[in-house]
Ligand binder design. Structure first.
Ligand SMILES: [Zn+2]
Length: 136
């Protein structure tokens, strides 16, 4: 009941009349010119580099050419326990380089540069570029 009366009061106070702004063309033009005048040359935005731009994502092999004769590099992507090639989720390489590495390993194995079933013991103590923490 109270709400109803309130709305009635409001209606009485502000009768429905479409508010039509009487702005002539001249008036708009004058407003625009006044705004343009307020902008001085010193106040214009300065062109600058995007400060939030992130550096391009690169993997560890992005700038290195993978060669099938570089057995030491290739053996770093092979598990010392199983002798198999690490997956992309472990190596952290981009898709292109992961494919290149796996192809190079395949080629090196077929050519006889690398053993197929195990990691070369010569490279067992190489730095771990894949960042794997083996249980000891
Ligand atoms: Zn890459």
């Amino acid at each position: 009941m109270f709400a109803l009366s309130c709305s009635r009061l409001l209606l009485q106070a502000f009768p429905k009349q479409p508010v039509t702004p009487r702005v002539t063309g001249q008036c708009i033009r004058s407003m625009k010119t006044s705004q343009q005048d307020s902008h001085k040359k010193d106040d214009m935005p300065i062109k600058m580099e995007n400060p939030y731009k992130q550096p391009p994502k690169t993997c560890i092999l992005c700038n290195i050419t993978v060669d099938f004769k570089n057995v030491q590099l290739l053996s770093q992507f092979i598990s010392p326990h199983t002798g198999r090639v690490y997956g992309r989720h472990i190596t952290g390489l981009c898709g292109r380089k992961q494919k290149e590495v796996s192809k190079a390993i395949k080629k090196a194995r077929s050519m006889g540069f690398m053993s197929v079933t195990l990691k070369n013991p010569q490279f067992m103590k190489d730095p771990d570029i894949c960042g794997i923490k083996h249980l000891e």
